[in-house]
Design a protein around this ligand. Structure first.
Ligand code: WTA
Length: 652
């Protein structure tokens, strides 16, 4: 089972990397042990990385007990996130770049925003929001492209104590309105249009469409990105650029409790509609900052580039909050890896002399397919650390990343974590661990991963072993609740395996005790590193008038990691056709967004169901994987013959 890992190549860090690193292997062992033996003392000390308005006297007060899950860190301390990310750096690095903005079009000049400029921009945006009636605790939805104003908006909310909820700019108006209503937002911040990959998304008109389904009182703040014409509703729409010019350039940072919510971020789960993951102020920021520094071995003056979008948690923690809390230089890229051509990422690395580069395996696989020439024409000598996130990385992509991008010089930190965890949970540290391609290796400080037997729920102490991955104790940036539904929080993460946080992933632990994530064990699929609930795609499909029933599963996809495979049963009076297939694909894009586009739609006259009516997804997964020999027992099905039909007509 794990024997295959015994032959795994191991890549020890070079002396250069170890000598430069803040954490070597001895230091890792010492700090990890301290963090587990006495979390109070460890985190009490680490908490000093932040500037507190009122220092905390209590560090950890957490319980995973069934029926009483309650997580509090630094509960009597007060602070402000934007002051920690900006104000405290002004004295020493006011003139240092905070954000490098690289626009979609390589011919448009990059922008370099210093900490002082960031301070002014964020204060102005905070004052604009206040003038629109936003107060502490109010929710603000941010629906912006990857432009500096997205960071200003996040930090402006944090400054006045409003809770932001970012909706990825690739989401449809329907998905957007569901999220605006879900958190009862007072304001949505958007932009006119958003250039990406040489094309433009009409963000404002998406917002207009979404707002038709929201309360009349929701206001819309519009950032000018392209200057394209948009419709305008007086009294509802506000012009950010005009208002910012008038706004005062100072706003006092609100005093927030460590446990006040900082943001809500909707993410897909195995059942129902996306849930609003709630992160709070103190623990989240501390953990984002600390992981950013140690996992990427960030040193003052380094240029750090995380290619994620701020619409995902990776963008929250590793474009904005972690780096800025550390006074770092963080790069924000508006474009895509393959436009104008497959050199773009590497040209940006060369242009801005990037030191740490953090991306997703799906992007690497897509670029690897374009050969080495687009890489070789660029000077990548500034790169020191590479990182991946979002899904397991296959050995081919790992090797290409290591040898072609990193030229055999740069450690790859394969970071396993989740929207729910707020920051990295398992990863090698560059100067501390020899790498095994595809392994997330070791827990970060304070993280207690355990492998449970999925049947008995008992901890497995021996290794090598395989089972479900749980976390035995709280860490500071753990999500605190599901917005408006604490019961769902408990049910989703703490009820299958009592007393543990259940991540939803399976894992192996090899003979050395290193961890390998094997993927989701629930009905969540991972498409290009983005989480998609099969239930969400199903409910989008059945909302179409011609669809009677739908079942969605993931299947292996060369570039995306997993693709979306849909079995669709049509209404009696509907005829299957190529046209209808296209229509359904478009329909799902409109309902959710392009990332939910079905890769395969197979017409299914019937779905395999148990006698009690439960769809047997296990069987559908096997058929989608073209694996017909291990379908398992089909005799309990209400109508076993549907399986033969599905196999016979499996989409080619
Ligand atoms: C998967 C993204 C393997 C995993 C930060 C997890 C990974 C889900 C890795 C969370 C990794 C993330 N190796 N799998 N390094 N990183 N995953 O919430 O299945 O968008 O549960 O957070 O992505 O996705 P999310």
């Amino acid at each position: 089972m794990t024997g295959d890992h015994a032959a795994t190549a191991v890549f020890a860090p070079s002396d250069d990397i170890v000598d430069h690193a803040k954490i070597d292997s001895a230091k890792y062992e010492e700090m990890y042990k301290a963090s587990i033996d006495d979390p109070e003392a460890f985190w009490g000390e680490q908490g000093k990385r932040l500037d507190w308005i009122k220092p905390y006297s209590k560090v950890k007060n957490t319980s995973f007990a069934p029926g009483n899950v309650d997580i509090k860190w630094f509960e009597d301390g007060t602070l402000n996130v934007s002051a920690n990310c900006i104000d405290r750096h002004l004295k020493d690095r006011g003139n240092q770049t905070a954000i490098i903005f690289e626009p979609d079009d390589p011919n448009e000049p990059a922008k370099y925003i210093t900490y002082s400029q960031l301070h002014v921009a964020v204060c102005r945006m905070a004052n604009v929001l206040e003038s629109m009636g936003v107060r502490k605790g109010d929710r603000v939805v941010i629906y912006l492209p990857m432009i500096p104003e997205a960071a200003y908006a996040m930090l402006a909310c944090a400054r006045i104590g409003a809770i932001h909820s970012i909706v990825f700019a690739g989401f449809s108006p329907d998905a957007l309105s569901a999220r605006i209503n879900g958190c009862d937002a007072k304001v949505i911040i958007t932009a006119d249009t958003a250039p990406r990959g040489g094309r433009k998304t009409a963000l404002k008109s998406n917002a207009d469409a979404a707002l038709l389904h929201c309360k009349d009182s929701v206001k819309c703040l519009v950032v000018k990105r392209t200057g394209d014409q948009t419709t305008w509703i007086d009294g509802r729409d506000y012009d950010y650029n005009e208002m910012a010019l008038e706004a005062d350039d100072y706003a006092r940072p609100a005093e927030m409790n460590a446990e006040d919510p900082l943001f809500i971020l909707y993410t897909s789960g195995s059942t129902g509609q996306p849930k609003g993951v709630v992160h709070t102020t103190g623990g989240y920021l501390l953990y984002a900052a600390m992981t950013h520094e140690y996992v990427f071995d960030y040193h003052d003056g380094d240029v750090f580039w995380c290619t994620a979008d701020v619409g995902w948690v990776t963008g929250h923690s590793y474009i904005v909050y972690g780096p800025l809390a550390n006074g770092a230089i963080t790069l924000m890229f508006e474009g895509v890896p393959t436009w104008p051509d497959a050199s773009r990422f590497w040209e940006v690395c060369e242009k801005h002399k990037v030191n740490q580069f953090y991306t997703a395996p799906t992007a690497l696989r897509a670029l690897m397919g374009q050969g080495n020439a687009p890489v070789e024409k660029c000077d990548l000598s500034s790169l020191r650390i590479l990182g991946t996130v979002g899904e397991p990385i296959n050995p081919e992509a790992w090797n290409w990343y290591y040898n072609v991008i990193g030229q055999g010089r740069c450690p790859i930190v394969d970071t396993w974590w989740q929207t729910e965890t707020g920051g990295h949970m398992m990863t090698p540290l560059p100067g501390a661990h020899a790498l095994k391609p595809g392994s997330a290796m070791k827990p970060f400080f304070g993280v207690k991963p355990v492998v449970l037997d999925p049947q008995t729920g008992e901890e497995i102490h021996s290794y090598p072993t395989e089972g479900v991955l749980c976390i035995a104790d709280s860490w500071p940036s753990q999500m605190r609740t599901v917005w408006g539904d604490h019961e769902r929080f408990e049910k989703t993460y703490f009820s299958d395996y009592k007393g543990y946080y259940f991540a939803g992933d399976g894992c192996k632990r090899d003979e050395d005790g290193d961890f390998w994530i094997t993927g989701r064990v629930d009905d969540v699929i991972n498409v290009s590193g983005h989480r998609m609930g099969t239930a969400e795609v199903e409910s989008a499909l059945v909302a179409h008038a011609k669809v009677a029933e739908a079942a969605v599963v993931g299947y292996p996809h060369e570039i995306k990691g997993q693709g979306i495979y849909c079995y669709v049963t049509l209404m009696n009076d509907a005829e299957p056709s190529e046209e209808l297939r296209k229509e359904l694909r478009q329909w799902v894009r409109t309902e959710i967004g392009p990332i939910a586009s079905p890769d395969v739609i197979q017409w299914a006259p019937g779905l395999p169901k148990t006698r009690s009516g439960k769809i047997m997804r296990r069987i559908l997964r096997k058929i989608a994987e073209n694996d017909f020999d291990s379908l398992g027992d089909t005799s309990t099905l209400a109508d076993p013959s549907v399986v033969d039909d599905l196999i016979e007509n499996r989409a080619k």
